[in-house]
Design a protein around this ligand. Structure first.
Ligand SMILES: [Zn+2]
Length: 133
């Protein structure tokens, strides 16, 4: 079964279009605050018209859960899978998946963007950034 697809709006389309082109973007306000997902106004100072900025693709694991039950049939063959909160180097946090084995996940572990395709949709997933010993 096919995964449920995102339904881009005028607000979120720049995010999805950037992933299709191989980049992760987030929003930043003129006050300096940066965030995901897309909003019309800065969640800190409420100014409108934030700009889009390209992320470095680097971040760290904040927390995660491992699902052992599929709550949608499309996820049944992915069990067990993780849903992970990653904080980008630039500050925004996003819910994502880490493509490495669930057992390898650790709090504060550095991760790197790994764009993966589900059908014709590009998704921002991450892999562990293995530091040479
Ligand atoms: Zn602001």
């Amino acid at each position: 079964m096919e995964m449920p697809k995102p339904e881009p709006t005028d607000l979120t389309r720049p995010y999805w279009d950037a992933l299709h082109e191989g980049h992760l973007v987030f929003q930043r306000c003129s006050c300096g605050n940066a965030w995901l997902p897309a909003r019309t106004h800065c969640p800190d100072c409420l100014k409108p018209e934030p700009r889009w900025e390209r992320a470095s693709g680097r971040g760290r694991i904040v927390s995660w859960v491992v699902y052992h039950t599929a709550y949608h049939p499309a996820f049944a063959d992915k069990l067990p899978y993780n849903v992970t909160l990653v904080q980008l180097a630039e500050g925004p946090r996003l819910l994502t998946n880490i493509v490495d084995p669930n057992e390898a996940l650790a709090a504060d572990a550095p991760v790197v963007l790994k764009i993966e395709w589900e059908g014709d949709t590009a998704l921002a997933r991450f892999r562990l950034d293995h530091i040479p010993a």
